[in-house]
Ligand binder design. Structure first.
Ligand code: GLC
Length: 561
């Protein structure tokens, strides 16, 4: 039995802030965010009202993919600071009542990881190569890749190495860039290594782990070609294979033994039932809700995703997660400001062809935020979402960093546009991003218009997005109706979502919350017409002002009944 606010695992209802360190806050003035900057800004996050921070990879890395190419899983990249700085961040966050979730990347390492260097030197057939996927090429001279798999970031998924004697040699598999060789999870060394890495960070105080590319680890060892044409529903030989679940059963045991740490998986699968298998008892605790993130701004589409999410939760016992953005997708203001609002990674080049109506996108992003924070489960907030930042689509080509841009020859604009450094204060770039005097330019250029979206400007404006997030997070924390539980749909006109949150019978009211009988109704108007509100309800919060007592289009309201 869970008591809201007091007992029950924290992650079932937590608001989790995603901190992408490179663009959060720069402490040492090199134009790249770091641990000193993050530590200095912890009070801002405490004030925002979040329960936990998820940090993207902070390990030593050649940064071929923003740190998702790791060369040492037990240290911190000097760009960000030291292991002592990481310990200090964890300690200081804990002192503020904030949990820390770190990112572990088990599918692939860096080509500078000592194991890969060793494998190159050891040559074909060696035990060192068994930790990766090395294979001879096909065709005359082995000049063709071992199979037809393509990299998720564009180009072939195989690269050829030069053997120690200087001859053209074997090929190795990399589902992402060539600088990110895939580990072979059939190797006992790989399993033992990552189990130890988990224990290392749990011992240092990490409260949870986000598992990168969680469905990709297991591969069909025969490495078969993919059939030509569009892929059917059957799992690909490198994605969502049954044997991947063994790995998470062993990880769960480690997380449990460490005193109940969280495992949250990055699982991008079209099939909800297959996704649910990752949160089966004894595996991961939660997975990111990508169907919700990519959904169009459309009441029927959103309702379907919400219903499906709740059903899967009922089956697995895992709480839902609600995610509007992260470091891999276009920012919501831009997504919702285009004529087509359904997002998908593969659609990004196409979607960038649409003009963005920022005022409309912002209005909808505000409405989406209140809808999201009213749903039962945990919620993820990607840094800058709370400021209403938009996707920066006009980054000069020569400043782009994302390997997706390079590997697709610029056809896919990639993810730099959601990774532009945050504006903190002032009226000119770098907007207080760097805390040190005489700092270098931020690692990606900030739009001049962000002078209106700095933290300082938004704190001074009661109607800002930041103030909306603060108010919503505070209410979400303090109202008993928002405790762990379900939702009850209410009748509503077309284009409108209406549901109640209420404490269920098995939850006693926590001391610091409202009485158990105070229900909260969330109504999101995605239709084109204003709608009347129920009489005898008190308005707790609206995403945009009511108009003559009516709920205008693209607006969400929280009501106390
Ligand atoms: C995940 C990360 C993404 C990274 C990729 C490869 O999808 O979210 O940023 O590029 O894995 O590690």
């Amino acid at each position: 039995m869970l008591k809201p606010g007091s007992s029950g695992p924290w992650w079932r209802t937590a608001a989790i802030y995603q901190l992408y360190m490179r663009s959060f806050a720069d402490g040492d003035g090199d134009g790249i965010g770091d641990l000193a900057g993050a530590r200095a800004r912890l009070p801002y996050l405490a004030e925002l009202g979040i329960d936990a921070i998820w940090l993207n990879p902070w390990y030593p890395s050649p940064m071929a993919d923003g740190g998702y190419d790791i060369s040492d899983y037990r240290d911190i990249d000097p760009l960000f600071g030291t292991l002592a700085d990481a310990d200090a961040l964890i300690r200081e966050a804990h002192a503020l009542g904030i949990k820390i979730i770190i990112d572990v990347v088990p599918n692939h390492g860096s080509d500078r990881h000592p194991w890969f260097t060793e494998a190159l030197a050891a040559g074909p057939g060696s035990a060192a190569r068994e930790r990766f996927w090395f294979r001879p090429g096909r065709g005359p001279g082995g000049d063709e890749p071992p199979n037809n798999w393509q990299s998720i970031f564009g180009g072939p998924a195989w690269s050829r190495v030069t053997e120690p004697d200087g001859s053209p040699g074997e090929w190795y598999l990399h589902l992402f860039t060539p600088q990110q060789p895939d580990f072979n999870w059939r190797s006992p060394d790989v399993r033992a290594e990552f189990e130890d890495v988990l224990r290392f960070w749990f011992d240092r105080g990490a409260d949870g782990i986000r598992v990168d590319s969680a469905a990709l680890l297991a591969k069909d060892p025969t490495l078969p070609d993919l059939p030509p044409g569009p892929q059917g529903p059957a799992p690909e030989p490198f994605n969502d294979r049954d044997d991947v679940h063994d790995i998470y059963r062993s990880w769960r045991a480690i997380a449990d033994a460490a005193g109940g740490r969280l495992l949250v998986g990055e699982v991008w699968l079209p099939d909800a039932a297959r996704t649910a298998r990752y949160v089966a008892p004894g595996e991961l605790h939660t997975v990111f809700n990508f169907p919700y993130l990519i959904s169009a701004w459309d009441a029927a589409a959103l309702r379907e995703v919400i219903e499906r999410t709740m059903e899967l939760g009922d089956l697995s016992g895992a709480p839902a997660t609600w995610v509007l953005s992260n470091h891999d997708v276009d920012r919501p203001v831009s997504r919702y400001g285009r004529a087509e609002t359904w997002f998908d990674l593969a659609r990004r080049p196409y979607l960038h062809g649409f003009p963005v109506d920022r005022a409309l996108g912002t209005r909808r992003a505000r409405a989406a935020a209140l809808l999201t924070m009213a749903l039962p489960g945990s919620v993820y907030i990607y840094q800058g979402e709370e400021l209403g930042l938009w996707e920066v689509q006009d980054i000069p080509d020569e400043l782009r960093q994302d390997p997706i841009w390079y590997r697709t020859g610029g056809e896919d604009p990639g993810r730099d546009g959601c990774r532009v450094p945050l504006p903190w204060s002032g009226t000119e770039p770098p907007f207080g991003f760097s805390l040190a005097e005489g700092a270098r330019d931020p690692m990606l250029p900030q739009p001049k218009e962000w002078r209106e979206l700095t933290v300082a400007a938004e704190l001074a404006d009661e109607d800002s997005m930041l103030r909306l997030y603060q108010s919503a997070l505070r209410l979400r924390r303090s109202l008993a109706a928002f405790a762990d539980g379900g939702l009850t749909w209410q009748p509503a006109p077309g284009g409108v979502l209406s549901f109640d949150r209420r404490l269920t019978d098995d939850h006693g009211p926590a001391d610091d919350r409202e009485p158990a009988d105070a229900a909260v109704r969330c109504i999101a108007n995605l239709s084109a017409a204003p709608i009347a509100l129920p009489s005898e309800a008190t308005v707790l919060l609206t995403s945009s002002p009511l108009a003559d007592g009516m709920l205008p289009p693209d607006t969400t309201v929280w009501l106390r009944l």
